[in-house]
Design a protein around this ligand. Structure first.
Ligand code: KG4
Ligand code: ZN
Length: 356
């Protein structure tokens, strides 16, 4: 079944065609990074306008790259939540119109569940799908339950996964998301935009031992798997004063600051994740979201030989339409349909704990 997947929740205008939930026939991502770089962050109104302008050519390109005409599309999947409301509405409205005009099955999906699905995608018959993990990708998930680590610009979730649409949140951030911390620190230091990839790149030549940022103190009670980034973010930004005062000092080299920040940012995730592994006895971990591209996170999780870690290939870590099409296929194959009255939602309801 050929599913057209559409993603417009933030700053990537994306569409893809995926066959049977796993074989990616095309994956087109039109990034708005050059637009938002000028402001060092995503400007929601500019994002919506660019989506409105680009959505038609992006879908046309996805069909062309798949070698298919619109008549070959058998179902439409789209991200409806969470994200920037105006941006979501562009993709959602387009997807509804496409499905309605062609009388196709239609499903609106959750963006974070789509990130969780991303490692199950395969681009071609011979490209391995589990970077940093083992075994080939396919529509078949590892046996449920397993652990999920979903880390993006807006969310940090550690969960027990019972099904493609059923996760139990064990921990989440009590303040900023992991990706947001990378973005804000990079913005303050002028390291580049978007911040996660900029810090990851800079950190490669830095000494992570130069600055010692403290870990958040979140050991108690129900907080065992929660994470917090506002303390680290503030500490890194306070350090900026020193950086500005003596930018040429080896101590203040940007690479050292990036490496030290990144080490602590990753340790915060690992501490909660490894605790969840130990407490639950679940040793398969699926990682997804933009921060899953982080080289240190990938290396540190993969180091644990007692854990089977499954990362998406880099091209499916960030926002893309293929993960939406893949997840959408699972719902549609089960017979689920969304009504055309479904609307977008900026947040998931009661998102701190129960999800979705
Ligand atoms: O999933 P995503 O593309 O969009 C959202 O759903 O938010 O995630 C974007 C986030 C941004 O905060 C970006 O800085 C971060 O993922 N990111 C990274 C890396 N690449 C992207 N964070 C750390 N290291 C990276 N290599
Ligand atoms: Zn995302």
């Amino acid at each position: 079944m050929n599913i057209l997947g559409i993603e417009s929740s933030c700053d990537e205008c994306a569409a893809a065609v995926v066959l049977d939930g796993w074989r990616v026939l095309s994956n087109v991502v039109a990034t708005q990074i050059p637009i938002h770089r000028l402001y060092n962050g995503v400007v929601p109104e500019l994002a919506s306008r660019a989506h409105a302008e680009w959505i038609t050519p992006v879908v046309q390109e996805a069909l062309a790259q798949a070698g298919l005409g619109p008549a070959a599309v058998e179902g439409v999947a789209v991200t409806a939540r969470p994200g920037l409301l105006g941006s979501l509405l562009v993709g959602l409205s387009f997807a509804k119109a496409f499905a309605w005009a062609r009388n196709l099955p239609f499903i609106a999906v959750d963006h974070m569940l789509a990130h969780l699905y991303a490692p199950r995608l395969l681009v071609s018959a011979d490209s391995g799908g589990e970077a940093g993990g083992s075994g080939p990708a396919s529509a078949e998930p590892p046996a449920y339950p397993f652990l999920g680590l979903l880390v993006s610009g807006g969310h940090s979730i550690i969960c027990r996964v019972h099904g493609f649409d059923n996760i139990e949140v064990l921990g989440t951030t009590i303040d900023d998301a992991a990706g947001e911390a990378f973005d804000k620190v990079a913005k303050h230091y002028g390291f580049g935009y978007p911040g996660g990839a900029a810090i990851d790149g800079l950190a490669r030549t830095g000494d992570p031992g130069v600055f010692r940022f403290s870990m958040p103190n979140l050991h108690k009670g129900g907080r065992r798997y929660d994470v917090s980034y506002s303390g680290l973010k503030t500490a890194a930004i306070i350090n900026l004063e020193q950086f500005r005062a003596k930018p040429d000092s080896p101590l203040e080299r940007p690479a050292n600051i990036a490496a030290s920040f990144q080490r602590t940012a990753v340790e915060i995730l690992l501490r909660s994740l490894f605790r969840a592994v130990e407490d639950t006895g679940l040793t398969t971990v699926v990682i997804g979201g933009g921060v899953a591209a982080n080289s240190l996170l990938r290396a540190r999780v993969s180091e644990r030989k007692d854990i089977r870690s499954i990362f998406p290939p880099l091209e499916f870590c960030g926002d893309n339409g293929a993960m939406v099409a893949g997840l959408g296929y699972q719902y549609l194959a089960r017979g689920d349909r969304s009504p055309l009255t479904v609307t977008a939602s900026a947040r998931v309801s009661a998102f701190k704990r129960p999800y979705p």
